[in-house]
Design a protein around this ligand. Structure first.
Ligand code: E4P
Length: 217
């Protein structure tokens, strides 16, 4: 499974990229707002750090303007994936940009039928938001499973990019049901390394290293 960092925090992206933990980055207007940076500048900087797809979201809601914005975003770097919302206009923009050879990430997906339409429009990625479904007592993971089944039934190549991930358990669950990619806050990806027994075991080893005066360098 590929991991994308759901972030525009340059230091955090570099940290994960240097350890080979991320295969791409996703941003959205809220993430760009949080960064306090210009969207074109910060996106370019991220594209220079990460080799894989970097999603940058359009701001328009009509297809023609989304397409114009998408063309401008696509010029930032070869690894840009233009993010469009899962609306009828977003699907139109997806089809046009995909036909032009641009990667498209269709975002704000909350149903299997929406994911089916995105695949038919040629999306490179579909982004089902599992955390936001869980927030309203629906089952985000079930949506990932349904999309996996539908895409496999018909051989759609659109990649399932599990989004709105809130916890390390979401990461494990997405891996178990076959999401192609999970995009998560950098803190969640780093938290996957944590285990209380690892900490406890390390403390015991450190005590023995000190007691025995074990030295390597
Ligand atoms: C993904 O592309 C989205 O930017 C993101 O995962 C949304 O997450 P949120 O629901 O925590 O805002």
């Amino acid at each position: 499974m590929k991991f994308f960092a759901d972030s525009a925090d340059i230091d955090a992206i570099k940290e994960l990229n240097d350890v080979g933990m991320i295969d791409g980055v996703t941003t959205n207007p809220s993430i760009i707002k949080k960064s306090g940076r210009d969207i074109l500048e910060v996106t370019k900087e991220i594209c220079d750090i990460v080799d894989g797809p970097v999603s940058a979201e359009v701001t328009a809601i009509d297809a023609d303007t989304m397409i114009a914005e998408g063309r401008k975003l696509a010029k930032i770097a070869d690894n840009i994936a233009v993010k469009v919302p899962l609306t009828w206009d977003g699907l139109k923009a997806c089809k046009t940009l995909t036909d032009e050879g641009t990667m498209v990430n269709v975002t704000l997906c909350f149903s299997a039928n929406q994911a089916l339409l995105a695949a038919k429009a040629g999306a490179t990625f579909i982004s089902p938001f599992i955390g936001r479904l869980d927030d309203i007592n629906l089952d985000g993971l079930e949506l990932i499973e349904d999309i996996r089944t539908i895409y496999d039934n018909y051989g759609f190549e659109t990649q399932i990019l599990a989004a709105s991930i809130r916890s390390v358990n979401h990461m494990k669950d997405c891996a178990l049901v076959g999401a192609d990619v999970a995009t998560a806050p950098t803190s969640v990806i780093q938290a996957m390394a944590k285990h209380v027994l690892t900490d406890k075991g390390l403390d015991a080893f450190l005590a023995d290293i000190k007691a025995a005066g074990i030295k390597i360098l």
